[in-house]
Design a protein around this ligand. Structure first.
Ligand code: UDX
Length: 428
């Protein structure tokens, strides 16, 4: 099929590359000429394992192309995907201005009928708004909602092997055509109405965030009684009705999706007259987790952090990404900085982003430099390279052998046996 993709962020670009790899002709469009020029040479403007290769391969095979002009991208397009950002505005609601603008431009540019497919995460009812905007086009264009569930860091794997595909729309022919893109995948395709499709996406993110806050609350109770949250999590997750995923206690969730979408769902529900108090509690626990870990650090390092050098390992919001949006590691760093701590940090991918967002962190080229003279080592993001640190080697450069493992990566007994004082979340 001939497909246009409006937006080249995580969702837009990964989806476009995947669709091209399945044999479709995909034309991506973005106003940013510099970004488009980079993409034409296979350079992806953010770190996502495997994506650059997939983009290059499909560009070379003439299945994937990049444009700055919508007119070129829309030429002959049977499907027009909208994958633009829907950031959180100051009040916490989803800001739909980029989506409105994209839909408006598409409506004004279309020269033939096409199916409009929305992939941007937005509150239920947004497809109606898109439909109204698209109605200004001279051509009949059904709107279909096709949410994306990919995770940063494993985007390609997620899109190639999805747990399910959701397609929502009122025009059955259009729904079937969009669903046919995914029919070769070994997965369930949920065909539904547009509002249900939109709500599935919001509900999925809210539910996953709820699991994380739940286990973090349990972790705090574990600390009170000397229980081990990792064992509790294992015992919980083995119940097939619960499942093991997203039960890792730690520093809480961050990123470009969970905080924004929870807030968007809360506001949307409020607009319907429903106060979604469960989600408010999820947010509160997540915010409080930073303070909780901060208290743990003070208990280990001393209440007065002024002038104390702390090593921060990992600053991205999770491993395998250079994304620092809503990063719990940076929220904790901000708190430590406000208490006068001297921060030395290292992240395998997010250094440029951290330099711009948190100039008070002295960035170091590697783990050893960050840990040199540190009064405590804080593991904040569980990058694979931090999982097997040589603690005996690190012991030679640190000032004090204190290890704060906010992602519960290490075995407490093993670290303590090497002479370190060790603190993790919800474990004795
Ligand atoms: C999420 C959803 O998983 C994805 O389906 C959706 O499309 C976009 O939002 P992403 O934000 O990329 O994906 O990351 P994810 O792997 O879900 O992690 C989100 C946050 O939760 C990270 O900060 C991570 O460290 C944290 N997390 C995750 C935990 O603290 N504990 C867990 O058990 C799992």
């Amino acid at each position: 099929m001939k497909i246009a993709m409006v937006g080249v962020g995580y969702v837009g670009l990964t989806t476009a590359a995947a669709l091209a790899s399945w044999g479709h002709q995909v034309a991506c469009v973005n106003h940013d000429a510099k970004k488009i020029a980079q993409l034409r040479t296979g350079q992806v403007p953010f770190f996502e394992p495997g994506l650059s290769q997939l983009v290059s391969e499909n560009t070379k095979a003439n299945r994937l192309s990049f444009h700055t002009r919508l007119t070129t991208a829309l030429q002959d397009a049977e499907l027009v995907f909208l994958a633009v950002q829907t950031p959180m505005d100051e009040s916490g609601q989803a800001n739909l201005s980029f989506l409105r603008q994209a839909a408006g431009e598409v409506a004004a540019t279309l020269t033939r009928p096409a199916i409009i497919v929305n992939k941007s995460t937005a509150p239920p009812g947004t497809s109606r708004l898109i439909q109204e905007i698209i109605a200004q086009s001279l051509h009949p264009c059904p709107v279909v909602v096709n949410p994306e569930f990919l995770r940063e860091g494993s985007a390609i794997e997620d899109i190639m092997h999805p747990d399910r595909v959701v397609v929502g729309g009122r025009d059955q022919e259009a729904v079937n055509k969009v669903a046919s893109l995914y029919e070769h995948l070994d997965t369930t395709i949920v065909k539904t109405d547009p509002e249900s499709a939109e709500l599935i996406k919001y509900a999925a993110n809210a539910f996953l965030a709820t699991k994380i806050s739940f286990i973090n609350a349990i972790a705090r109770l574990c600390d009170q009684i000397g229980a081990d949250v990792e064992d509790v999590s294992l015992g919980l997750g083995l119940d097939q009705r619960i499942g093991p995923a997203f039960l890792r206690a730690g520093l809480g969730y961050g990123g470009s999706c969970f905080p924004k979408d929870l807030s968007g769902l809360l506001h949307w529900a409020k607009g319907l007259g429903y106060s979604f108090d469960l989600l408010k509690a999820v947010q509160e626990i997540n915010t409080g987790q930073i303070t909780y870990v901060f208290t743990g650090i003070r208990a280990m390092v001393g209440a007065n952090l002024k002038g104390k050098r702390l090593a921060l390992l990992g600053l991205a919001f999770k491993p395998n990404t250079d994304d620092i949006r809503e990063s719990p590691a940076l929220r904790l760093a901000q708190l430590l900085h406000s208490e006068g701590a001297e921060l030395a940090g290292y992240d395998p991918q997010a250094m440029v982003q951290v330099a711009a967002a948190a100039p008070y962190i002295k960035l170091c080229p590697d783990v050893e430099t960050a840990c040199t003279d540190a009064e405590a080592v804080l593991l904040l993001t569980a990058w694979p390279e931090f999982v097997r640190l040589d603690l005996n080697e690190l012991a030679k450069v640190v000032k004090a052998k204190i290890f704060i493992d906010t992602r519960n990566v290490y075995d407490p007994a093993v670290v303590r046996a090497q002479g370190w004082r060790y603190w993790s979340v919800g474990r004795p």
